[in-house]
Design a binder for this molecule. Structure first.
Ligand SMILES: NC(=O)c1ccc[n+]([C@@H]2O[C@H](COP(=O)([O-])OP(=O)(O)OC[C@H]3O[C@@H](n4cnc5c(N)ncnc54)[C@H](O)[C@@H]3O)[C@@H](O)[C@H]2O)c1
Length: 477
């Protein structure tokens, strides 16, 4: 049995002779990552960087562009259409963040990644691994620079540590921040009390810190925050984009759309949305909440350029998302794990659209004081429909794909009405990549290529919404 670290792990990054907050890819000395345990309440105590000398950062923008399909002119806050904006990507070492950081850099933005690498630590703690081998963040960035001439700055640290976060703001002076840096797995948040508490502390306090940092150090900065479609739940009426106009007892108002989150993770996102909405009103912060659907796929124009740029691809029951998991299950001959009746309907999108949506949000910022909400997905599917699509695509490749119904570990409706609006990003210019046969073929081929790396013991769900425990749990190794 692999011991899940009981709320009691710390990860320290140390670097000898390293100026505090010098972007880490500009450090001449190597730094090391140490994982250790203590008795703190959080699975991750804060990362510490020593030497407290803030710096101003003026990174050069290199010319060599990598061609992509949908070009958007980059606007600065001063309105100059040719000068790149400075964007900090919180969580830029993760699945969506890494692809987005490269995409924005490719598009001519100056980019800095801020990440405490906790996602990699979760893998160590839980005995999980990405289907794709992923390089260290340092090697990723060196490879990107070697291929394109473009630098992405790197700040390793925890955004829950306000001192660290404040220094990154003062040092980098971002025009926009894209905030992916959260614990983003619903099952992880439902393992036990310590993971529930960690998820809400990490997500809610991290976002609050970002809001305070913008207010204090960079009040014009546009916050682009990743929320989730899961905040809405599955109401028996159409889901609007953020707001709904209601007439009640003869009076009419436009109000935030009701939220019915169904895990401690999803609830953390609801709390975030409320905190952001409040600070837009109270402090005039400009913010876009991207209520994202379930992301699938692994390749973007940029991550496909070299193996060292490959993105992570989670297929386990804790971090893997539905379609990605089904493709891996088909590749290794495991029956597709449909939870319950499989009638759960959700919004989905290709990771190539995730990066494009973020780009569109940055290029068309919210106004000061505006709390803008976009529903960021391109198609709706029932889980059983996804399983059928993967079965057909697998048959074309000669795979014998079976489906099994697994007792649903979640508390959710298994058959329900679902009709969500998603026009705002399309209006801004999004041209969706729909889930075509050819995409499924290539995704399946990709998973077949790496199938020897699959640990089939990680496929079946082991976390139950009803049996969430007080005591720290272990999982089978
Ligand atoms: N992947 C999806 O299908 C999906 C769907 C809807 C919404 N989202 C949202 O998008 C965002 C990114 O998701 P993802 O799949 O890329 O997740 P991920 O876990 O792959 O990436 C998150 C990154 O944030 C970092 N991080 C977490 N807490 C941090 C902290 N306190 N300080 C600094 N760094 C921290 C992690 O190390 C990781 O690199 C999340 O907010 C998630 O809720 C994702």
């Amino acid at each position: 049995m692999a011991q899940l670290l009981s709320s009691s792990c710390s990860l320290t990054i140390s670097s000898r002779n390293k100026p505090y907050l010098k972007p880490l890819n500009q450090c001449s000395t190597p730094f090391s990552v140490m994982v250790g345990c203590n008795n703190s309440r959080s699975p991750l105590r804060r990362l510490s960087l020593r030497d407290q000398k803030p710096r101003k950062s003026f990174s050069a923008v290199h010319a060599a562009a990598v061609s992509t399909s949908q070009d958007t002119p980059v606007q600065t806050s001063s309105g100059d259409p040719f000068k790149a904006k400075r964007v900090m990507v919180f969580g830029g070492d993760g699945y969506c963040g890494w692809a987005t950081a490269l995409h924005l850099s490719n598009k001519g933005y100056e980019v800095a990644i801020v990440d405490n690498l906790v996602r990699r630590l979760f893998d160590h703690q839980l005995g999980l691994d990405s289907l794709t081998p992923i390089s260290s963040i340092q090697n990723r960035l060196h490879r990107w620079k070697a291929l394109t001439g473009k630098s992405i700055e790197l700040y390793i640290g925890d955004i829950c540590d306000f001192e660290f976060l404040a220094e990154t703001f003062k040092s980098y002076e971002p025009d926009a921040v894209v905030h992916f840096a959260e614990q983003r797995s619903a099952p992880y948040s439902m393992i036990d009390r310590s993971r529930a508490v960690y998820t809400q502390q990490n997500n809610v306090i991290g976002t609050l810190n970002v809001l305070f940092a913008i207010k204090e150090y960079r009040e014009q900065c546009h916050l682009v925050k990743l929320g989730t479609m899961g905040e809405y739940g599955t109401p028996n009426i159409d889901i609007e984009e953020g707001y709904i106009t209601i007439t009640h007892n003869g009076r009419t108002d436009t109000l935030p759309y009701p939220k019915q989150a169904s895990s401690f993770y999803h609830l953390s996102k609801v709390h975030d949305s409320h905190n952001i909405a409040f600070t837009c009103k109270a402090w005039g912060i400009r913010a876009t909440d991207l209520n994202q659907g379930v992301v699938y796929g692994v390749i973007t124009d940029e991550t496909a350029m070299h193996e060292e740029l490959y993105n992570r691809f989670d297929y386990d029951a804790i971090f893997g998302t539905a379609l990605n998991r089904f493709c891996v299950q088909a590749a290794v001959g495991h029956p597709l794990t449909v939870y319950g009746k499989g009638g759960q309907t959700r919004g989905f999108l290709d990771i190539r659209d995730t990066v494009r949506c973020v780009e569109l949000a940055i290029a068309n910022p919210a106004n000061p004081g505006e709390f803008r909400v976009f529903n960021q997905f391109t198609e709706q599917f029932k889980v059983s429909e996804l399983a059928n699509l993967v079965t057909k695509a697998g048959e074309k490749l000669g795979l014998d794909v079976k489906t099994m119904s697994v007792p649903n570990p979640r508390v959710e409706l298994e058959e329900h009405y679902y009709n969500c609006k998603n026009t705002k990003l399309i209006d801004l210019g999004l041209k969706p990549h729909f889930l075509s046969d050819s995409l499924l073929d290539s995704l399946l081929n990709f998973t077949v290529q790496y199938k020897d790396r699959v640990d089939t013991k990680q496929i079946m769900p082991g976390v139950s919404w009803r049996k969430v425990g007080v005591k720290t749990k272990t999982v089978p190794a």
